[in-house]
Design a protein around this ligand. Structure first.
Ligand SMILES: Cc1cc2nc3c(=O)[nH]c(=O)nc-3n(C[C@H](O)[C@H](O)[C@H](O)COP(=O)(O)O)c2cc1C
Length: 338
């Protein structure tokens, strides 16, 4: 593995495992994460993880990974959707392993095969988990860390707040816990370590960055809207997912309609109804992210609250790192002044 080593920076089991300066993963974001964001994250002392599905074909995935590897020595993470909604999963897995990526983040489905194949080559596997039962399952399968997706996360969110989920997983697990969800600035970042996290995974604050290829409307919405404007919808994939409450989202509502509901409950139709909902939802997101469409369905979490301007990935990392130091100092001075 080709890793950076650092003299300074925060040391945790994850910075040691990955060889990064700051214990931050730039979380994988469908449509949003780009090769340029991955390079900028790596060069800023953190690591980025990109969904394999952000490339349309295996050839594009290969060219993209090679481009990132040529530009930065930082570890590269790939997010694999491991359930049936991703027909390219096996090809993506073996191509990534051939290319020598450093770790995977698995979501939706069993990570068993990914763990087995990756460990043959010393590649790490972190698994998205939202509760203790599932965390136990992936740990038994050999996962190298939990990504603890809490109820404040952007995208597909969990049900349990970070203040419960992180210490709960910490108490039951032997592997590191990476906190994901609702970390918007330095105090939130700092607080995750008090809860017991070994690293954090941050998504939404990286949406409004110049290295992303999504349209300006989506980026500016992350600046203009805040935590109070985030709603949870089941319209996109059938599962609960956070979006910005734009006028269009208000118009179409956040619940599945009568027909979708009926089909999703019907034994025979269920499987197909889910696939159609998922496909339609992904197309809607893609259109809203890349073309001029009044159908503004933009996925983001409450952690956009502190996004005050469009900036670069390096500036976002710096905001978190300096914010952490500020929060730490404030904490010390509060503790010491009666
Ligand atoms: C726009 C967007 C797209 C996302 N796409 C994916 C994805 O493709 N795969 C995945 O595992 N998680 C995805 N997530 C979840 C993130 O990886 C991460 O868990 C989440 O962003 C953490 O919460 P935060 O946004 O408050 O930082 C997405 C989140 C957002 C906001």
């Amino acid at each position: 593995m080709r890793f950076w080593s650092y003299i300074n920076g925060m040391k945790t089991s994850i910075t040691k495992m990955l060889g990064i300066k700051h214990p931050i993963i730039m979380a994988p974001m469908f449509l949003v994460t780009t090769e340029e964001m991955m390079i900028a994250a790596g060069e800023s002392g953190i690591t980025g993880c990109i969904p394999a599905l952000n490339w349309r074909s295996i050839e594009e995935l290969e060219a993209g990974i090679k481009k990132i590897q040529a530009a930065t020595k930082a570890p590269i993470g790939i997010n694999l959707i491991v359930n049936k909604s991703n027909p390219l999963y096996k090809k993506q897995l073996f191509k990534c392993l051939d290319l020598g990526v450093n770790y995977f983040i698995t979501s939706l489905g069993s990570p068993e095969e990914v763990i087995k194949e990756s460990h043959k080559q010393g590649v790490k596997v972190f698994c998205d988990v939202i509760d203790g039962d599932y965390a136990q399952k992936v740990e038994d399968l050999g996962a190298d860390a939990h990504i603890a997706v809490n109820s404040g996360a952007g995208g597909h969110l969990g049900n349990i707040p970070a203040t419960i989920l992180v210490p709960m997983l910490k108490a039951q697990s032997k592997i590191p816990v990476i906190a994901a969800g609702g970390i918007g600035e330095g105090h939130g970042y700092f607080s995750m370590f008090a809860l017991g996290a070994d690293a954090v995974s941050i998504g939404s604050p990286f949406i409004a960055t110049k290295e992303s290829k999504i349209n300006d409307g989506y980026k500016q919405a992350c600046v203009d809207y805040g935590a109070k404007d985030i709603v949870v919808t089941t319209k996109l994939s059938g599962s609960r997912c956070t979006v910005i409450k734009t006028p269009y989202v208000e118009k179409i509502g956040t619940d599945q309609n009568f027909i979708e509901n009926f089909l999703n409950k019907n034994k025979q139709a269920k499987k197909y109804a889910k696939m159609i909902t998922f496909w339609k939802g992904m197309k809607l997101l893609e259109k809203a992210a890349f073309s001029a469409s009044y159908k503004s369905v933009w996925c983001a979490g409450t952690s956009i609250e502190f996004t005050e301007k469009q900036s670069s990935v390096a500036e976002v990392v710096d905001r978190f790192v300096s914010g952490f130091e500020k929060a730490e100092k404030e904490f010390e001075s509060r503790r010491n002044s009666p």
